[in-house]
Design a protein around this ligand. Structure first.
Ligand SMILES: Nc1ncnc2c1ncn2[C@@H]1O[C@H](COP(=O)(O)OP(=O)(O)OP(=O)(O)O)[C@@H](O)[C@H]1O
Length: 263
């Protein structure tokens, strides 16, 4: 199926991430069929589309998480601040500090809240106790969970509710000060109140971070994202301001999906 994608706006400020003609195969199954997409700093972009269209696969290309899957072949370019992240010799550990990832299921380590948040920091250079304490408080405040956990930082993170665990996982990513935060359906395992706390937090975070979010929740995408990319069968069908995608999409496939005719 040949679907022509809407050209992203390349005239404004330079993108923080620029992907060109990205193809990805799982064995012989071509899951991404030439994706051109750019992401601007301090925006929230939602990736939407029916199950199996390639949203999560594409998200994982942005911090090389697919490299861990056997039988994967990737072609094309993914540039972070102008540099190809797939260039030979590039270090994926430092890449993943710059481009952090939050998953669908909260996945805290079986450690204390404090040790979860400082995990990435302790992998890098030495920090004093004061620096770590400050980083923990800042990250937990940014993740809007400080007030709930400040008196039990040394208790196991596994004792928290699902919504609190997810916010601690977000704090763990923020503590290493990434430029970009990728989130793969971060609220789909959570109740409506926890989901709404995370949505408000993401909107507050965009002043400091660029956020790229996979979601099946159309109202979530329309509530919090600045731009929306609609994927279908491994193609990028349309990419535009969220308002345009939801109120005045240019492609029939987008309109059919948004209005619930399939997916
Ligand atoms: N680890 C994997 N190994 C083999 N094939 C995979 C793997 N992950 C995804 N795929 C295939 O790649 C295609 C795209 O899957 P992907 O998970 O990226 O879609 P998605 O849009 O995120 O779907 P969902 O909304 O259901 O999570 C599908 O055909 C899927 O079966």
């Amino acid at each position: 199926m040949a679907i022509e994608a809407t050209e992203p706006d390349k005239t404004a400020a330079p993108p923080i991430i620029d992907t060109e003609d990205v193809h990805l195969w799982y064995g012989s199954n071509e899951a991404l069929k030439g994706i051109n997409l750019t992401f601007k700093e301090h925006e929230i972009t939602a990736l939407i589309g029916p199950s199996g269209c390639g949203k999560s696969t594409y998200l994982r290309t942005l911090n090389r998480m697919n490299d861990l899957i056997p039988g994967v072949t990737i072609k094309g370019e993914v540039k972070l601040k102008g540099k190809d992240i797939y260039a030979p010799g590039n270090d994926t550990v430092s890449l993943r500090k710059e481009v952090g990832m939050v998953f669908q299921q909260p996945n805290p380590f079986p450690f204390s809240i404090y040790d979860n948040v400082t995990y990435g920091l302790r992998l890098g250079k030495q920090h004093t106790r004061e620096q770590l304490d400050e980083a923990v408080e800042t990250a937990l405040r940014q993740a809007a969970v400080w007030e709930e956990v400040k008196d039990k930082l040394h208790d196991s993170a596994l004792g928290l509710s699902g919504g609190q665990q997810q916010r601690v996982c977000i704090a763990r990513v923020l503590a290493v000060k990434p430029d970009v935060v990728l989130l793969d359906e971060p609220t789909s395992a959570l109740d409506p109140i926890s989901s709404s706390q995370i949505e408000s937090m993401l909107v507050a975070l965009k002043k400091d971070y660029t956020i790229i979010l996979v979601t099946h929740n159309m109202s979530q995408a329309s509530r919090i994202s600045d731009r929306t990319a609609f994927f279908l069968q491994g193609h990028l069908v349309e990419y535009d301001d969220t308002k345009t995608i939801f109120l005045n999409p240019h492609k029939k496939e987008t309109e059919d999906y948004i209005s619930g005719r399939f997916g």
